[in-house]
Design a protein around this ligand. Sequence first.
Ligand code: SF4
Ligand code: FES
Length: 153
Amino acid sequence: MSRKLQVYEADGLTVTFDAQRCIHHGHCVRTLPSVFNTAARPWVQPGRATADEVMAVVAGCPTGALQAARSDGGSATALVPDVPVQLRIGRHGPIFVRGAVEVSVDDGSPLAADSRVALCRCGLSARKPFCDNSHRSAGWRDAAASPAPDTAG
Ligand code: SF4
Ligand code: FES
């Protein structure tokens, strides 16, 4: 699956962003607005915080839209936590997977090897198996879920 990545660099750290995998969860802009700010240009400025701070936020991006690589010798282990793979069913949204996962198609061809992915469960994504936020624009609702407000994915 070809992807266009936006690349943002700072000393010892490169952050990439795959807009097609971002579902506007907001974790990044809420947690570290000095670096992730949609009102600024560029909207990612990794040099405005420490590499550890940026890596921690990237690791928390639930879709894998944000990735980072560091060349300063610091630890990148936060990106692939040493924990069992975890699945969380987003309310009225995707299945969030965390852990070291590999996604492949039926013939074994790899689609992604990542520590965070959001998988479509509404059936509306144009980028299946990944969620592309179509559930939200379509107003999709999981009939089995409680009526509490949607928690952004
Ligand atoms: S999906 Fe990732 S990149 Fe998109 S808003 Fe959420 S944390 Fe930020
Ligand atoms: S769950 Fe997000 S597009 Fe299907």
